[in-house]
Design a protein around this ligand. Structure first.
Ligand SMILES: [Zn+2]
Length: 118
């Protein structure tokens, strides 16, 4: 199995931080509309429902495993680095921070792989 098929560590962080995680496919099924009808198509999103105080991550689960993993970690970075709660003037800086978070998380996944038991 490709190690990037295993999103459990990322999902556990979501669970521990009360972050809802889902996929575009699940949202599309719920809405009864195919994702192809959405127009512009990003790889993932992180949103905060301010009134409810709920954060949610949604990713495109049709991406290749490595890209899906990185995208999930990137969106998680946006939530944990509080990009959704603190309005930032510099969007580019937030994107870079989220990329660094995701790259670090992904590198750790690769680093720890040899030490994992089956
Ligand atoms: Zn981003």
């Amino acid at each position: 199995m490709n190690i990037f098929d295993d999103l459990d560590a990322l999902k556990k962080i979501c669970d521990d931080n009360d972050i809802l995680s889902t996929t575009f496919r699940e949202i599309a099924e719920h809405a009864g509309k195919p994702t192809e009808s959405w127009g512009s198509h990003s790889k993932g999103i992180a949103v905060r429902f301010r009134e409810a105080g709920v954060n949610m991550i949604a990713i495109d689960d049709t991406l290749p495993p490595e890209e899906r993993y990185f995208t999930f970690a990137h969106e998680l970075g946006h939530v944990l680095l509080e990009h959704l709660t603190n309005r930032r003037e510099k969007i580019d800086a937030a994107e870079t921070e989220a990329d660094v978070f995701a790259a670090t998380f992904t590198a750790m996944r690769l680093f720890l792989q040899p030490f994992e038991r089956d």
